[in-house]
Ligand binder design. Structure first.
Ligand SMILES: Cc1cc2nc3c(=O)[nH]c(=O)nc-3n(C[C@H](O)[C@H](O)[C@H](O)COP(=O)(O)OP(=O)(O)OC[C@H]3O[C@@H](n4cnc5c(N)ncnc54)[C@H](O)[C@@H]3O)c2cc1C
Length: 460
């Protein structure tokens, strides 16, 4: 059978695209090709304080509901961060689709949470300390509600005839008469599926797939930046003034030494630090549960230092992956954790010092020294940012604050598109794999937009 639309990747971008396509035409033949497990079968053995065991298919980043399946489920309802949809489509159109994602999630949620609104006093406090608070309305589903909402959305797609494959890796795409041939491999068996249109929604983990596709068809790739950083963990009380009012502080800083931009983001109140396996390279991340009984005494967030490569250098992702790989090498196959006080004193953290730490680590990582791997520039930026944040959240620069390295964000490939995210005739690239989005709301919004474009619902 020839499909009308084949969607590669079952993350929020792919799921929202399938949903909207079905809403636009309920007879449409749609298939989702997903290399990971179905949502109910996704299980990370590294959870509950165990070490990452390097699964062939990482259940944290792959599978139905994508990289966000076990996330904190924070939906940022704006364009100030989480991607550049506002620049791409204009503020009004971007907001229309971001709000549409929120409405759809409400429909599939059993109990939809209230919004956290922005706060002017905290904005001023940050401004007075050379920090810029990026304040936006946030809907926090929490890990459990996010999971059940995604499950209901997937059930709806299944009930409405969308073909949902799992453990099916898309390996190649060829042009054919009236569309495309999509080559897949599932449990060792190869198959070719044909479709008129393709939506590539392979997320950050699909960077290599997208690069190969663009190289094969001569699609121009614009160079992008990369973020290198750490996951920071401390007592929850340090950030309570912020988290009780706006839920998620996202703060920008310009460092003194290099005048680079750093950002504090992905804040998890009462949360857990987690490990993420991106094709064998382990990096740090974090999440939290909405239920009070699942909260920890800690909070965590990322501090990232952005690096922009000038000139002909087109491999920022590889650069960042190599740093993470070296960090794993020095950490005996794991993430390295270091106390801030040890980092400042130029000594490694060892198990003894870690066991006496007042901040109890929520992830089992290798106690070591980040400075032997982390580039001087990035590490200087991170240290300066922690001291700057300490001015608005005293206690941030405590000796017992923990830094987990590394946490990198790769969005290096940004293929050129036609203004509607179409990178080749009938082939769309959406979500985090496009280099345009960096979060759940905007990735989902892009899926909705593209499905509307395919069915002629976008006004020029
Ligand atoms: C731990 C964690 C916490 C996060 N927390 C938040 C948060 O609270 N709020 C927020 O806004 N964002 C959060 N994010 C980021 C958010 O998850 C992503 O922005 C979002 O998932 C991007 O959606 P996507 O559909 O573009 O890609 P993904 O969710 O990455 O989905 C892509 C899918 O494509 C599949 N795939 C890739 N290549 C192939 C192939 N060749 N063949 C078949 N399938 C393929 C993958 O298996 C994956 O399931 C978090 C991310 C992580 C990892």
């Amino acid at each position: 059978m020839k499909y009308d639309i084949a969607i590669i990747g079952g993350g929020i971008g792919g799921l929202m695209a399938a949903y909207q396509a079905k809403k636009n035409n309920r007879n449409a033949n749609i298939i989702i090709i997903e290399k990971g497990f179905t949502l109910d079968k996704r299980n990370c053995p590294a959870g509950h304080n165990k070490k990452c065991i390097h699964c062939k298919i990482c259940s944290i980043t792959s599978g139905y509901a994508g990289a966000g399946a076990f996330s904190d489920g924070k939906f940022n309802l704006g364009t100030a961060y989480g991607g550049t949809m506002g620049d791409e489509l204009g503020e009004n159109t971007a907001m229309k689709y971001i709000n549409a994602v929120d409405d759809i999630l409400r429909d599939f949620s059993d109990d939809y949470p209230e919004l956290y609104m922005s706060n002017e006093d905290l904005k001023l406090k940050c401004l007075q300390n050379n920090l810029r608070l990026l304040d936006m309305n946030v809907r926090h589903l929490g890990t459990d509600k996010n999971y059940s909402t995604m499950m209901h959305l997937i059930e709806w797609l299944n009930d409405n005839g969308v073909v949902l494959t799992s453990l099916t890796d898309c390996t190649d795409i060829e042009k054919c008469d009236g569309g495309y041939e999509i080559h897949t491999i599932s449990k060792g068996e190869t198959e070719v599926i044909t479709a008129e249109k393709i939506i590539i929604a392979t997320g950050r983990g699909g960077a290599e797939f997208v690069t190969n596709f663009c190289n094969k068809f001569g699609i121009q790739i614009g160079a992008n930046s990369v973020d290198i950083g750490v996951r920071v963990e401390m007592k929850d009380a340090v950030w309570r003034e912020f988290s009780s009012k706006i839920y998620e502080p996202k703060i920008l800083y310009r460092t003194k030494t290099f005048e680079d931009r750093t950002r504090m983001f992905c804040f998890n109140q009462g949360g857990l630090v987690s490990a993420e396996n991106n094709q064998g390279v382990i990096t740090a991340n974090g999440h939290s549960f909405a239920e009070p009984e699942k909260k920890t005494d800690n909070c965590n967030f990322a501090i990232l230092s952005s690096i922009h490569f000038a000139g002909d250098f087109t491999k920022p992702t590889e650069y960042a992956i190599n740093i993470a790989r070296n960090m794993n090498f020095a950490g005996e196959g794991n993430i390295i954790v270091q106390r801030f006080g040890d980092l400042i004193r130029g000594r490694r953290t060892n198990d003894h010092r870690l066991s006496a730490n007042s901040v109890i680590p929520t992830l089992k990582a290798f106690a070591g020294d980040l400075s032997i791997v982390m580039p001087y520039r990035a590490l200087t930026n991170i240290i300066e940012t922690i001291y700057a944040l300490d001015k608005v959240a005293p206690g941030c620069a405590n000796d017992d604050t923990l830094l987990y390295g590394c946490e990198n964000k790769y969005y290096s490939i940004k293929p050129v598109h036609n203004g509607n995210f179409e990178i080749m005739d009938g082939v769309y690239l959406i979500g985090d794999g496009s280099g345009i989005t960096r979060g759940l709301s905007q990735s989902g919004a892009m899926g909705l937009y593209v499905a509307d474009h395919i069915y002629g619902k976008i006004e020029d």
